[in-house]
Design a protein around this ligand. Structure first.
Ligand code: MLT
Length: 241
């Protein structure tokens, strides 16, 4: 009987309910462009905690509250009436230190909330190393949950899932019979070395390029910061691990 733990990749939250997930599994939510990169950037610059909310009305309740900043994005655009959007560059300053960020995005915050009954953490290239080390020593089943785009597959989250899956499988601590793990690893091995070019025709990269925010894509794919913080969902808020 193998003592290896199970590794699964779920390519979009809309099929998360089809997976048979053990209660003590760790769910790693990824929304590489850009929500989980924003989350790690904000923690790196001192945010106290992050409330991932799924709808705009809920986010609006926190506008003008002391020590709260509120960010809303839909279709990659910041929403009118909100001071913050979903660009990591908006959080690279000390103004946010010690505050609570209320964040609602098109896909990423929905994915986090869809898995809220489990042990949820978020990952991106900023905290990839600390997350993979944590998982390898966790002795828990792992589900890497890709945020996708409006219920559909997206390439960037799947490639990141392949990158993390590669590390976990090569640690010899995990086994899998999930074709999404196999597919994501193949994608990652195809993309390795030049992720930016590999994603050149991907839908979200083209969407961001059309909005003249390619610099966000460049940062998310090859961040200039690294963090040892593992954002962890506790009572509806992402806190430092
Ligand atoms: C998302 O949550 O779907 C993305 O992060 C959208 C974006 O590019 O801001």
């Amino acid at each position: 009987m193998s003592n290896k733990k199970n590794l699964t990749v779920c390519l979009t939250p809309d099929i998360f309910c089809n997976y048979n997930i053990s209660d003590d599994s760790i769910i790693v939510v990824v929304d590489l462009l850009r929500a989980t990169t924003v989350i790690s950037t904000a923690f790196h610059y001192g945010i106290k905690e992050i409330m991932p909310v799924s709808d705009l009305l809920q986010a609006k309740e926190y506008l003008n509250k002391d020590n709260y900043i509120v960010a809303a994005e839909r279709d990659a655009l910041p929403m009118e009436g909100f001071e913050y959007g979903n660009s990591p560059f908006q959080y690279m300053n000390d103004d946010i230190s010690g505050k609570t960020l209320v964040l609602t995005t098109t896909n990423g915050t929905k994915a986090i909330n869809c898995a809220q009954d489990y042990h949820v953490i978020t990952s991106c290239f900023i905290n990839l190393n600390v997350v993979s080390d944590f998982l390898i020593h966790s002795s828990r089943d792992i589900v890497i949950l890709c945020s996708g785009w409006k219920g559909l597959f997206n390439l960037e989250d799947s490639v990141f899932a392949g990158c993390l899956s590669e590390k976990l499988i090569l640690s010899n601590k995990y086994q899998t019979n999930c074709d999404s793990v196999l597919a994501s690893r193949i994608l990652y091995n195809q993309a390795q070395g030049n992720l930016f070019d590999f994603l050149s025709d991907s839908a979200h990269r083209r969407r961001l390029k059309s909005l003249n925010i390619e610099k966000d894509t460049e940062f998310c794919l090859d961040p200039s910061i690294k963090s040892d913080i593992i954002p962890t969902l506790v009572n509806g808020k992402l806190v430092r691990d």
